[in-house]
Ligand binder design. Structure first.
Ligand SMILES: *Cc1c(COP(=O)(O)O)cnc(C)c1O
Length: 518
């Protein structure tokens, strides 16, 4: 490319019927029309701030509704039908979890910054998959820019770290674990486990509350689930540091060669942060790879107030960071960071003549295909980058700080309510609690939470989740929407109590157990 930039191609009117084939769906005026219809609908959807959770439709019913919207034309390309499109968009919007409503407090995907959605739309039209520079030039350059921007909060030397995007945190965790395994057991890639027969069995050590995608890697990598060392947790649901060295010693005595220690920076169930700095000490001592699963909580790094939760992050070997959770971009958008860029190439050791160039140059040096399982993948960095480019870090920091503060506030609210108990102090924007009215018997507490959660969900005003904490079910809220206030949370408590009264009435009437079944 010359320094003056790419040459503008000369524009000439396209032939009216270039290939002798007129395909109406490709008409650019139709493109504009259908976009406008769609945007108008989405605008209305975003403007509606009423309390809504999820209205769950039976699959068979939804399937019938979807089929009824399909053209019955079987011979010819059907004509554009604006009403049909409008009805399809309506159905799509209506049947989703209402992530933009303050009633949504249930999961980790967020109300997205609307502009991020607009950029995703652009990506779909220009179709630039991003594993190879020539297919997605701007996405590849921007990946490097975003990596540098975010690495400012991790703190690695600018020229020695690496970042690759993956379709989700689960895939990032697997990729990092492969790099860790190949780092310690380089023969595994070509010879398989046979290369290490009779030696210490490859194993990983994880907190007992680690995300299932991490424990799943043991099966995928072929080291076997039996080679997972589960580290006990303390009362705050973090890895209990007193137990780590003894557990690793015991694993060694059992013939395990632990090559990777996984810390969670924000566990999925309660948002607890493992002590990264202290785990890093142990990892260094024993020459173990330290992977930090920050799928949920790595975003706290962009906040000056909250960054300390990931103290020691610069000592990690790899870090999973989901932007589609606390960076409010459309899913999926995950960034997998490596402290040492050479190690990022160790996850995969293949050659494929059709994509991996023999003579790397300034262009192919940008390719990320060698660092990831995926070949074609979305240019998922684009929505994140554009929002960052347009509004800067403060948008993210302010929203995250608000959500974490709100979660601490509602924790305080719960502590003043005699019929509720909390299971932990919220370190981020996830809070678990239990409804424990006077009438519930100890042995029914677990069942009550499950029933309450289901009934709250089916009422359709709030969407919350549930999770087991120390073996007993708890209600779980994840604050992902800055429109949620303490008042909305109090309304949720009233909703829970209303459900409780229904259940209690049932119980007194017909001596049924809570929820009616066991
Ligand atoms: C959400 C989550 C994952 C999985 O990430 P996906 O993007 O859903 O694949 C992994 N680990 C933790 C801690 C998570 O919260």
């Amino acid at each position: 490319m010359t320094p003056s930039g790419p040459q503008e191609p000369e524009l000439s009117a396209p032939p009216a019927d270039p290939g002798g084939l007129t395909l109406k769906p490709f008409d650019v005026r139709l493109f504009r029309e259908s976009s406008e219809t769609t945007v108008a609908k989405l605008e209305k959807h975003l403007a509606d701030l009423s309390l809504k959770g999820l209205s769950l439709t039976e699959p068979a019913v939804l399937s019938r509704a979807a089929r009824a919207l399909m053209t019955t034309e079987r011979e010819h390309i059907a004509g554009y039908d604006e009403d049909r499109l409008a009805a399809i968009i309506d159905l799509y919007v209506k049947t989703g979890i209402q992530v933009h409503s303050p009633g949504y407090m249930g999961r980790q995907f967020s109300s997205t910054v609307p502009l991020a959605g607009v950029i995703d739309f652009v990506s779909s039209v220009v179709n630039q998959p991003s594993s190879f520079y020539e297919a997605g030039q701007l996405p590849n350059v921007v990946e490097k820019i975003m990596a540098d921007e975010l690495n400012r909060f991790i703190g690695w030397p600018a020229d020695s770290f690496a970042m690759v995007t993956t379709s989700g945190g689960s895939l990032a965790n697997l990729t990092a674990m492969l790099a860790a395994r190949n780092d310690r057991f380089p023969g595994f890639w070509s010879e398989g486990s046979a290369a290490y027969l009779g030696q210490a069995r490859p194993a990983i050590a994880v907190g007992d509350d680690v995300h299932y995608s991490v424990s799943r890697t043991a099966g995928v990598m072929g080291i076997g689930e039996a080679q997972i060392v589960r580290l006990p947790l303390n009362a705050a649901q973090q890895i209990d540091m007193d137990a780590v060295r003894p557990a690793l010693d015991a694993a060694e005595r059992r013939g395990l060669g632990v090559f990777c220690l996984v810390a969670s920076a924000g566990t999925t169930s309660v948002g607890a942060f493992d002590p990264i700095d202290r785990l890093a000490e142990v990892a260094r001592e024993r020459d173990i790879w330290l992977h930090v699963d920050g799928a949920h909580g790595a975003s706290l790094l962009v906040s000056d107030q909250l960054r300390h939760r990931l103290k020691g992050i610069e000592l990690a070997d790899s870090l999973t960071w989901d932007a589609h959770k606390m960076m409010f971009t459309p899913a999926p958008c995950t960034l997998l960071f490596y402290r040492e860029k050479d190690k990022s190439r160790r996850a995969f050791r293949q050659r494929a003549s059709y994509v991996f160039d023999e003579d790397p140059d300034v262009y192919t040096a940008m390719d990320s295909g060698g660092k990831t399982i995926e070949c074609t993948k979305r240019p998922m960095i684009m929505p994140l980058w554009v929002v960052w480019a347009m509004y800067g870090r403060a948008l993210f920091a302010e929203k995250i700080e608000y959500l974490c503060r709100l979660t601490r506030d509602v924790h305080r609210v719960l502590q003043a309510e005699p019929d509720f108990e909390t299971t932990h102090y919220p370190e981020s924007n996830i809070l678990c609690f239990r409804y424990r009215p006077g009438w519930v018997r100890e042995e029914d507490v677990h069942r009550l939470q499950v029933t309450v959660r289901d009934r709250v969900k089916s009422r359709g005003t709030f969407f919350i989740s549930k999770v087991d904490v120390a073996g007993v079910a708890a209600l779980r809220v994840v604050m992902m929407n800055h429109l949620i206030t303490e008042e909305h949370f109090r309304m949720l408590l009233d909703e829970i109590r209303a459900v409780g009264e229904e259940l209690c009435g049932n119980r007194q009437n017909d001596q049924q157990r809570v929820g009616g079944r066991r």
